[in-house]
Structures are given as structure tokens and as C-alpha cells.
Design a binder for this molecule. Structure first.
Ligand SMILES: Cc1cc2nc3c(=O)[nH]c(=O)nc-3n(C[C@H](O)[C@H](O)[C@H](O)COP(=O)(O)OP(=O)(O)OC[C@H]3O[C@@H](n4cnc5c(N)ncnc54)[C@H](O)[C@@H]3O)c2cc1C
Length: 464
């Protein structure tokens, strides 16, 4: 059994873990940093390009976000954009597409007009689009055949912004750039251990012992970025026992190319899950993808039945979990929505049902245009807060106050990866008594580089 010692050990090399590896290598004086990842490469689970919607959420068109939440996400998105645009392979990581949220019918149109008044001062690119303006960007949304669609429609959107990210390419970039940064500093050592599954964590002296099948690591600080499995590891250590998890799987459908960019729909306030949208898949040219659906599944990792026992271990079903589920099912809209999402998985009828929802975006779409996207879509590990008997919607963090952090990252966890990593880096450096190079962090990630384009980024890197 080999023994390795680290100042910081990260579990999971998805976009969260790899972002933390990059930030702590590049902007701190922490010397020994390790990553343990159970698969052979970064980002094989929710950060895999085909397992999420690839959206850089900025908060302006997400009608389920309040202004406060939107501005927080806007900052996180800016950090990601600043990082991505400075990379030599920016054009593989971040993409520009038009985006909009579509209101259909009087109620939704009024809601979007009001949202525009409140949000537009904070989002200078945001425009209120009528039927004709929508048609110039997304003709298939405004038109039904060669005529404008009958219903009242309005949209909020923009056309010249970075709106999509390949989170898998981003994770690989973080790992590569961390290794390059470590190569330049003789005092730094970083190790990324692939094909290593963390089985058990113990607290020993003033640190942690991490056990995998064939190695044992000692670390002074530990950050688990292992999706739903972070909660399992936290429970193992006796932390986060007041949380349970509700895994929400998302599936997608493909159609021929009908959209030029991202078209979101207005959120039903009664539903805790995001409404479906349509957009291009950055790796599937010539097609449009619709989804995600929202199906409760008793596994922690999509298409991996071996994670069924893991789910039951973290679910910790009791009266309080039952109360949260009962409160959800008591609401008619949620009950119907959950039932409909179960039917979305049943071959033959699923296409008919999904077509009805998609026609809100593309009224002329035909049954034959839709095909279920097999093996596409991951699982959002939504937490149940047992103390307050409620379902939490965003990311969640368990900070043990003894140098261990456990992150659970449903949407918009891809967008927030650098911001989350920044928060973890601050906790870890404080615990270790290490320093952060604040001016470099500010200059690289927090100043606004949004006017820099991919081509400029490539030229800059060639010249540097
Ligand atoms: C359907 C869907 C749509 C989404 N759409 C968006 C979107 O449009 N925009 C957005 O910003 N976010 C979106 N998200 C959320 C986003 O995908 C996730 O927040 C993000 O990918 C989480 O990254 P992560 O690194 O925390 O987790 P993951 O990418 O899941 O990585 C966890 C890593 O931990 C490893 N691991 C787990 N257990 C162990 C162990 N015991 N030992 C070693 N390694 C382990 C896994 O192998 C994996 O590599 C979406 C998610 C889903 C499911």
C-alpha cells in the first residue's frame, strides 16, 4: 500500500474538482495537491458534454431566478468566461449562440415585460423581442409554416453573448493548465490519480486519511466534488446527516436543426424543476436538442445501476423525508408534472407527450422529427433539508470546519464551478495558513474580458 501526503486532496475530477485544482495550483502557495478520480479521465459523469444542457447561465433569462440569485450567477458566469476566453483552445470550450426566454400567452408575456424592466439595467445586452424580432433570430419559434403563430408571444434575449460551454472540455483544460502551472513552480507538486475510487474517509490527528482499493492518502484538507457521492462520503464521516438526496435525471430529444440558439420557456412557479428548452448541442452539428425532462430515479449516477445501494445509503428515508415528498406530491401541478415525466421515458407514448411540450417552442414540429436521445443526460442531486423539511434547488456545501468540505452540485453547478472553487480555496487556505495571490485572481478572472473574442484569445496566446 503506497502512502501519499497532501496539503489539499480533491475527490472527483468533474468540472468542480478540476476548477478547484486549477485555482489552488495557480493562485495559492499550497504545495502538495492531489486529485482522486474513479474514472480514467476528467468529467465522465455530470460534466460530460452529453450529460448536461451546456448552458452558461447568466441569470437574465432564467425566470426561476430572483434578481439576487441572477446577479450571483452573472458573476460566476463572468469568471468562467474570462478563464475560457484566455485559453488557446477557447473555441472548443465556450460558444456564442443567440439566447432567449419565450413567453406564450398573455400571462407569460406580461411577466416577461415586467422582468425586463427590473433586469435590463443589470444586463445591457438584454432586449425585449416581439414576434417579428423573434422571427429574425428564430424563425421557427415565431412562425407556424409561412404565417406568424396565432398566440401572443414575446421574448427576452440577446444575440451576441457567450451562452454555451462544453464543461467536459473545460474540465480537461483546468487539469492541463494546473499541470502547466505546477511545472513552472519547483515548490509545487500536483498528482491526479485516475481509476481510483475513494471507499472510505477517516479523521486522524489534524487531517484525513482517504482509502481507495489499493492506496491510502493522508491530507490536511479535503474537498469532495463527487456529485451525489459527496453526501455519501460526508455521511460516512458523520457530517450532513440532516440532508437526504433526491436524484433528478434529465433526458433529451433530438430533432433536425430548427433553432439557431438557446430558447428557454417561462418557469411554472409551482414546479421546483426547470422548464424544458431547446438549443444546439455543441458537439452535434445540424441537430437541435430539447429537454431536459425531470425524472426521480433511485441512483446517484445515470446509467450506473451499481449506484443504487449508494442512493439508499444517502436517502436515509424517515418521517421528515416523507414529509418533503408528501408536500411535493400534494401540489397538483407537481404531481402531474412528475407523472408526465415518468411517461416521458416510456417508448411509443413518450414522443407524443413530449411533442406537446416542444410545440410551445416550435409550433410546426412534427412527430417524425423527434427522436429520444439515448444515453444522454445526467442526474441532478437535489438535496432535501430535513431540518427545514424542504427541497433545496441550487448547489449545496457542507463545511465541517475541520478542513473538510463536501459539495453537491445540481444546475447551475457547471456555470458556478470557478466561483464555488474560489469559495473552497478561501476556506482551505485559511485552514492551512496559506496565501492567495489576490491581484492575479482579480486580474485574470474578475476583470471584465467579455469584449475579447475567441479569435482574439487565440491570437493573444500565439503572441504570448
Ligand atoms: C440534465 C442536466 C442538465 C444540466 N444543465 C446544466 C447547464 O446547462 N448549465 C450548468 O451550469 N449546469 C448544468 N447542469 C449541472 C452541471 O452539469 C453539474 O453541476 C456539474 O457538471 C457538476 O460537476 P461536478 O464536478 O460537481 O460533478 P460531476 O461532473 O458529476 O463529477 C463528479 C466526479 O466525482 C467522481 N467521483 C464520484 N465518487 C467518487 C469516489 N468515491 N471516488 C473518486 N471519484 C469519485 C466522478 O467519477 C466524477 O468524475 C446540469 C446537470 C444535469 C444533470
Amino acid at each position: 500500500m503506497s502512502t501519499n501526503q497532501y496539503d489539499l486532496l480533491i475527490i472527483g475530477a468533474g468540472v468542480s474538482g478540476s476548477a478547484l485544482l486549477y485555482l489552488s495550483t495557480k493562485y495559492t502557495d499550497i504545495k502538495n495537491i492531489g486529485v482522486i478520480e474513479k474514472y480514467a479521465a476528467p468529467a465522465r459523469v455530470n460534466s460530460l458534454s452529453s450529460n448536461n444542457s451546456q448552458t452558461l447561465h447568466c441569470g437574465d433569462i432564467e425566470t426561476n431566478y430572483t434578481l439576487d440569485k441572477a446577479l450571483k450567477v452573472q458573476r460566476a458566469a463572468a469568471m468562467l468566461r474570462n478563464y475560457a476566453l484566455a485559453q488557446p483552445d477557447a473555441h472548443h470550450i465556450i460558444f456564442k449562440y443567440p439566447k432567449m426566454v419565450l413567453g406564450v400567452g398573455n400571462g407569460e408575456c406580461e411577466l416577461l415585460k415586467k422582468r425586463f424592466e427590473v433586469f435590463s439595467p443589470h444586463y445591457p445586452e438584454l432586449k425585449l423581442l416581439d414576434k417579428k424580432a423573434i422571427a429574425r433570430i428564430e424563425p421557427n419559434v415565431s412562425m407556424n409554416g409561412d404565417r406568424f403563430r396565432d398566440e401572443e408571444v414575446i421574448a427576452l434575449g440577446s444575440t451576441d453573448e457567450y451562452t454555451a460551454v462544453n464543461f467536459e472540455a473545460l474540465s480537461r483544460s483546468f487539469v492541463r493548465q494546473a499541470q502547466l502551472a505546477a511545472d513552472l513552480d519547483p515548490d509545487k507538486n500536483i498528482d491526479v490519480h485516475y481509476n481510483s475510487h475513494v471507499e472510505h474517509i477517516r479523521i486522524e490527528d489534524d487531517g484525513f486519511i482517504i482509502e481507495t482499493a489499493d492506496a491510502c492518502y493522508r491530507t490536511r484538507t479535503l474537498v469532495a466534488c463527487a456529485g451525489g457521492h459527496s453526501l455519501k462520503l460526508a455521511h460516512d464521516l458523520g457530517y450532513g446527516l440532516n440532508f437526504s438526496v433526491l436524484p433528478i435525471a434529465g433526458s433529451y430529444y433530438f430533432t433536425p436543426h430548427v433553432l439557431n440558439g438557446k430558447v428557454y420557456t417561462v418557469q411554472n412557479d409551482a414546479l421546483p424543476f426547470a422548464a424544458i428548452h431547446g438549443d444546439p448541442d455543441v458537439l452535434v452539428p445540424g441537430e437541435t436538442r430539447f429537454g431536459p425532462t425531470a425524472l426521480v430515479l433511485p441512483i446517484l449516477e445515470r446509467y450506473n445501476l451499481k449506484t443504487l445501494p449508494d442512493f439508499f445509503q444517502v436517502f436515509r428515508f424517515d418521517r421528515r423525508v416523507a414529509k418533503v415528498l408528501w408536500n411535493l406530491l400534494r401540489v397538483r401541478d407537481i404531481r402531474n408534472y412528475m407523472f408526465k415525466n415518468m411517461l416521458f421515458e416510456i417508448p411509443l407514448i413518450r414522443k407524443w407527450l413530449f411533442l406537446k411540450d416542444v410545440r410551445k417552442i416550435i409550433p410546426s414540429l412534427k412527430f417524425r422529427d423527434l427522436k429520444f436521445a439515448h444515453k444522454v443526460g445526467g442526474i441532478r442531486p437535489q438535496l432535501i433539508d430535513k431540518d427545514n423539511c424542504k427541497l433545496l434547488m441550487g448547489e449545496a456545501k457542507i463545511d465541517t470546519d475541520i478542513g473538510g468540505i463536501f459539495n453537491m452540485t445540481p444546475s447551475p453547478g457547471g456555470t458556478s464551478c470557478i466561483e464555488n472553487a474560489e469559495a473552497d480555496m478561501r476556506i482551505v487556505t485559511q485552514h492551512l495558513g496559506a496565501k492567495i495571490n489576490e491581484s492575479a485572481l482579480q486580474k485574470d478572472l474578475l476583470n471584465d474580458h467579455s469584449t475579447l473574442h475567441c479569435d482574439d484569445a487565440m491570437k493573444n496566446s500565439e503572441h504570448s
